[in-house]
Design a protein around this ligand. Structure first.
Ligand code: ADP
Ligand code: MG
Length: 367
């Protein structure tokens, strides 16, 4: 258990919108300050916290964090595990290098799901064209080749279908990969959970996620299904216990036509599918994460309304504020680029039908 001293300084590795919101949304927590490390010029979090421009393996900067911070967290799972290992010899790092190293690698992640008795789609390890051919013989052509590392927003994934395997292998960059069977899913959900130092797990209700081309477009919460909620929570507990996890961990699931939950991947951090919690829950995921890692009490999660979160991709729409004053607009201040997440919209409604109607009309403006 961490004893909260006066004014603790938390180091955040990665200065994207998640770090920015960790700082902003936990502002009401007393005695906590932040310092952010990011290799880019003016990352989103630099607007709200002191930011050191540096690669994540700069020993001088890591030693500064060791000397000045009470603990370190991440906004980005691809921080080198070596960096986390170096830091955690001297100061607490949440989540730790072991958990992060599993989440960085789709093969290790899926192996861990299975070891924890959590179902996944069938998958095979692929390190060569020959192994890809073997894997396709086992799994079939309705399958996806995914690089083991550095995939996000549907990047580094190739659908096999009728394509020639040598061509797919070349297009994929011949990276260490897995081939996984495509899931004919009914929908996708994620479970956002908070893991305290005492081993307590506090859950948000499942949130339903809608992707296009592998990129999250929008999320609706709650996804009300008591049976699936309980099942997802029991899967989650198995996984987060085996990772010795502290802080917010998010697991993405497919739901198939027979209402089976199939784990897809997890994120060792706050998550895009949890942004609705800023408006829609008594405790938002950012504050929850910072509270949990710093040893503050995290109360039970309560929602009084339905929530929608819609990502703003590529380009900031000019007219969105005048559209409806009840919509909260987040602008991450990032340069516009095709399919880049540059902001999001969030709104709540007591009535689910009204909420869904509003989502449909905004989708027409945004996408
Ligand atoms: P990432 O989010 O890291 O890019 P994911 O594995 O979550 O990678 O893939 C992104 C999206 O692509 C998923 O949310 C889902 O919509 C789709 N997808 C990925 N894997 C499968 C699969 N095996 N079957 C069906 N759809 C998939
Ligand atoms: Mg995903």
């Amino acid at each position: 258990m961490v004893i909260l001293k006066d004014n603790i300084l938390i180091g955040i590795l990665g200065g994207g919108q998640l770090a920015m919101m960790m700082v902003e949304m936990s502002a009401k927590l007393k005695h906590i300050e932040f310092i952010v490390v990011d290799p880019s010029d003016s990352p989103p979090a630099s607007k709200v916290a002191n930011c050191i421009k540096s690669e994540f393996d700069n020993k001088e900067v890591l030693d500064k964090l060791i000397n000045e911070c009470s603990m370190v967290t991440i906004d980005f799972e691809n921080v080198p595990a070596e960096t986390l290992k170096y830091l955690e010899k001297k100061i607490p790092v949440y989540p730790g290098s072991y958990a992060v190293s599993i989440c960085q690698d789709r093969l290790k992640e899926k192996n861990l799901f299975n070891k924890s008795n959590v179902p996944t789609t069938p998958y095979e390890k692929v390190d060569s064209l020959e192994q890809l051919e073997n894997a396709v013989n086992i799994i079939g052509r309705d399958s996806i080749l995914k690089s083991r590392t550095l995939g996000y927003d549907g990047k580094n994934q190739q659908f096999i279908g009728e394509n020639k395997l040598d061509e797919i292998w070349n297009i994929s960059g011949r990276k260490s990969s897995i081939l996984e069977k495509k899931v004919n899913f009914k929908t996708e959900v994620s479970l956002i959970g908070i893991n305290t130092h005492d081993g307590e797990k506090i859950f948000y209700p499942l949130v339903e996620n809608f992707h296009n081309n592998g990129i999250l477009n929008y999320s609706i919460a709650p996804y009300k299904n008591e049976t699936l909620q309980k099942k997802a929570e029991s899967f989650y507990i198995n996984i987060s216990n085996s990772l010795n996890y502290v802080g917010v961990l998010v697991i993405e699931f497919f739901i198939d036509s027979n209402d089976n939950l199939i784990a897809n991947e997890m994120a060792p951090r706050v998550h895009n599918s949890g942004h609705w919690t800023n408006e829609g829950a008594n405790i938002n995921q950012f504050e929850a994460h910072i509270s949990a890692i710093s040893g503050k009490k995290v109360n039970e999660i309560k929602l009084s309304e339905n929530s929608a979160m819609i990502n703003i991709l590529s380009k900031m729409p000019k007219n969105i504020l005048s559209y409806d004053k009840s919509i909260k607009v987040y602008d991450y201040g990032k340069k516009e680029r095709m399919n880049r997440k540059i902001g999001h919209l969030s709104f709540i409604s007591k009535d689910r039908k009204t909420l869904l109607k509003k989502v449909e009309s905004i989708k027409k403006i945004i996408f």
